[in-house]
Design a protein. Structure first.
Length: 175
């Protein structure tokens, strides 16, 4: 028995061929698995980078929000102050100016309302808007006189009609 028999040799060749095919198939599967792992690792890294960018953006937005809130606080206070000033400017003017404090014991007090529609343009320029509005609506003056006619005469002497002033009303002054 010197030579192996042909069926054994054929079986060995089939076994080697099967082993080679199995190794090639395993190698292909291994390459496919490695490619999938590399692709998954690349996707994971891309997600990590995306999350880092989003985290940086979130931190930047949080910082901007804090800065905006710090800037907003004084602006809110200024708005509140401005609203109060606007409300005060729009409120009815309760001031009474004293035209002349000279009087006799027989004189009575009169509140005379004097208006001038074009005060800022004709009389004096550069007045505040609220002062101009008060002249348009009428300023109230305390005038001492024997009667309404004398109070009106004193007022007209100081604020004459030919200069654009007009007496809107004359009412008794009640202490």
């Amino acid at each position: 028995m010197g030579h192996p028999s042909l069926p054994y040799l054929f079986s060995a060749l089939v076994g080697v061929a099967t082993l080679a095919v199995s190794l090639l198939s395993a190698r292909r599967q291994l390459r496919t698995a490695e490619e999938r792992i590399a692709s998954a690792a690349a996707r994971r890294q891309a997600q990590v980078e995306r999350l880092k960018r989003l985290a940086r953006a979130t931190l930047d937005q949080a910082r901007e929000l804090r800065t905006a809130r710090r800037r907003k606080a004084p602006i809110d206070l200024a708005c509140e102050d401005l609203e109060q000033r606007l409300a005060a400017a729009g409120a009815a003017d309760r001031r009474v100016y004293v035209l002349d404090d000279r009087r006799t014991p027989a004189d009575a007090g009169w509140v005379v309302t004097v208006a001038h529609a074009g005060y800022g343009t004709r009389v004096t320029g550069g007045l505040e808007k609220t002062a101009l509005e008060r002249w348009k609506r009428g300023r109230r003056f305390l005038v001492w006189g024997l009667d309404e006619t004398k109070a009106r005469e004193k007022t007209n002497a100081r604020y004459p009609e030919h200069k654009g002033f007009s007496v809107l009303s004359v009412k008794p002054y009640l202490d």
